[in-house]
Design a protein around this ligand. Structure first.
Ligand code: C5P
Length: 299
């Protein structure tokens, strides 16, 4: 048995997030086009006397260290399936913004699952790992697979997508967080009494991804949760405007927010957008990266 296992897991941006009406179970059917981007958390699993979580990084103070942490829940779920004691120390080196709409918690869950599977020698089949991921949260399966994928159902049923190049992204981290259930609740409030169409993936968007065409992708990106996120966090419209006026091809809220995402033409333009956002006073931190990025990977 290996003494220590480290797994690196990417953040994501939703280049399309089409949201249907609330289902009887409270979830929403989605057409969710995920793109993994090169901001990573690292989850390290080490044998211990009992389940223990630690976290380091700029936002570490906001991460729960009890069994509500998705990484802890992933370890518990795998241990239960294989009749093992979940005696593991999981250390999360956190670089993905917390409560930001970039699937940081989901990344930690996928990372913990892959790390414990290797540490404990359970060697669970990929399909079983994906099923555990789907139980843990709608975005967790994508954190495992990475790249780009279309998520349907509540986002957990994945079809991998072809991507013909690398896209340059700038992310503006907001001062504060948004709760995903609260944003979906606001979506329900804003769409009450309206006919919400079935969510469908945009063919233009899938073609743009396949071609690696940033201009075409920018014309096709959309996020049905954006009005709800802006309603709960109106200052985000200033951040979006700052990035747009600095030359971003597209500016949108990332998932349920409040991180905002800016697609840039090339590395140089990304640098200019990042600099403008940094000096705009409309966000707490700015990150430049590229996507697609690989999914959960053993180091
Ligand atoms: O699946 P996950 O735990 O990430 O979802 C968090 C919350 O986001 C859910 O409790 C639900 O309120 C909302 N959600 C939703 N429809 C989805 C995914 C998430 O309403 N497809």
């Amino acid at each position: 048995m290996t003494a220590t296992v480290t797994v690196r897991v990417p953040a994501k941006v939703n280049v399309q997030l089409a949201v249907g009406a609330a289902r009887p179970d409270g979830f929403h059917d989605l057409a969710n086009v995920f793109l993994a981007v090169g901001l990573y958390d690292e989850v390290t699993a080490t044998p211990a006397d009992e389940l223990r979580i630690t976290c380091a990084g700029p936002d570490a103070a906001q991460v729960p260290l009890d069994r509500t942490n998705l990484a802890a829940r992933a370890a518990l779920a795998l241990a239960e399936r294989y009749g093992l004691a979940p005696d593991v120390h999981l250390h999360i080196a956190k670089d993905i913004p917390v409560a930001g709409g970039m699937a940081g918690g989901s990344a930690d869950a996928a990372g913990a699952l892959v790390a414990c599977d290797a540490l404990w020698g359970t060697n669970a089949p990929r399909d079983e790992l994906l099923a555990i991921c789907a139980e843990l949260g709608s975005d967790v399966p994508f954190s495992l697979v990475g790249g780009a994928a279309l998520g349907t159902g509540r986002g957990e049923r994945l079809r991998p997508l072809e991507v013909g190049g690398s896209f340059h992204w700038v992310f503006a981290v907001a001062d504060g967080g948004l709760s995903t259930p609260a944003v979906y609740g606001e979506f329900d409030r804003l769409t009450a009494g309206l006919a919400v169409p079935e969510p469908v993936a945009s063919q233009e968007l899938l073609d743009a991804l396949a071609k690696g065409d940033a201009t075409a992708l920018a014309a096709a990106v959309s996020n049905d949760l954006q009005p709800a996120a802006l309603s709960l966090f109106p200052a985000l419209s200033d951040t979006l405007a700052a990035g747009r006026s600095a030359g971003a091809l597209a500016a949108l809220v990332s998932g349920s927010g409040p991180t905002t995402a800016f697609l840039a033409r090339d590395a140089e333009s990304a640098g200019a957008v990042a600099e403008a956002l940094r000096t705009s006073g409309t966000c707490r931190a700015v990150r430049i990266t590229e996507g697609p990025a690989p999914g959960a990977t053993l180091r």
